[in-house]
Design a protein around this ligand. Structure first.
Ligand SMILES: C[S@@+](CC[C@H](N)C(=O)[O-])C[C@H]1O[C@@H](n2cnc3c(N)ncnc32)[C@H](O)[C@@H]1O
Length: 248
């Protein structure tokens, strides 16, 4: 079984490098195990397919048939179709789709900010985890959205975002909510998860001129890694990554 995520694994970008670092540490805890992974709202398989290539069994539950079709094509092209299961379904109704307490690692990336209510989704993914299993949760950061709108000259939108309890700019906002580290931690803790690590993802990447980001990609990834765990930089990242565990 292939056990490394690189070089056969994913390309590391400011969007992915920090998350893969955290996931790799978890995978390395059981280096010869074939883990059962669940990716809730996994979309087209940006994480699912590399995890399958690394030898794990991945179920992706997603509401979008189009995303799942793209996932299946991607898995087939990567030669891991037999290790990737694509299931159309809702993140808050996993019980009928995934055996309770069976999952070693659950991913829920860029989903809690778009669903109607994040509470039942988090509850469902905790129920899917075996005791001792881990959760990788990526959510939209609130502070970055305020800074980004302001730097683009939209001071009214920035003010609305900063004042709104959910961190949205109103009904035309594409996201239903954004998080700070404290709020996201409270959401996971209320469902019974213990948050072990919090990192910022894209602390700088979205703020830099494209010429800098594109011209020095390796240096940017290294700088993102260096800043990711350290407030105040962590807290102004475009996304917050929480790594949590269901108590054994
Ligand atoms: C922004 S995309 C994120 C995709 C992937 N996790 C990533 O990080 O690239 C959000 C995904 O969540 C899915 N989704 C939205 N609401 C959902 C729900 N209630 N249950 C399951 N999937 C949902 C969408 O179809 C979409 O594929």
């Amino acid at each position: 079984m292939e056990q490394t995520l690189n070089p056969a694994g994913p390309s590391l970008t400011p969007r992915t490098a920090v998350v893969w670092s955290v996931l790799r540490a978890e995978l390395d805890r059981r280096p010869s195990a074939e883990l059962t992974v669940l990716d809730v709202g996994g979309g087209t398989g940006g994480f699912a397919v590399p995890l399958a290539r690394a030898g794990h069994r991945v179920t992706v539950v997603d509401a979008s048939p189009d995303a799942l079709a793209a996932l299946s094509r991607r898995a087939a092209e990567a030669g891991v179709a037999e290790r990737v299961r694509a299931v159309q379904g809702d993140g808050d109704a996993l019980a009928g789709l995934v055996e309770p307490a069976s999952v070693d690692l659950v991913l829920c990336h860029a989903v809690l900010e778009v669903v109607d209510d994040p509470v039942p989704v988090v509850s469902a993914l905790v129920d899917a985890l075996r005791p001792g299993g881990a959760a990788s949760v990526l959510v939209a950061g609130r502070a970055a959205a305020v800074l980004g709108r302001a730097m683009n000259g939209h001071l009214d939108v920035a003010a609305a975002l900063a004042a709104d309890p959910d961190g949205t700019a109103g009904p035309r906002d594409t996201l239903r909510r954004r998080f700070d580290a404290e709020g996201a931690t409270a959401l996971l803790a209320a469902a019974g998860l213990t948050v072990e690590e919090i990192h910022g993802v894209r602390v700088l990447a979205d703020l830099l001129p494209a010429a800098v980001a594109d011209g020095q990609p390796g240096a940017l990834v290294e700088l993102e890694r260096a800043l990711a765990a350290r407030p105040p930089w962590r807290d102004v990242a475009a996304q917050l990554h929480l790594f949590a565990r269901r108590p054994a």
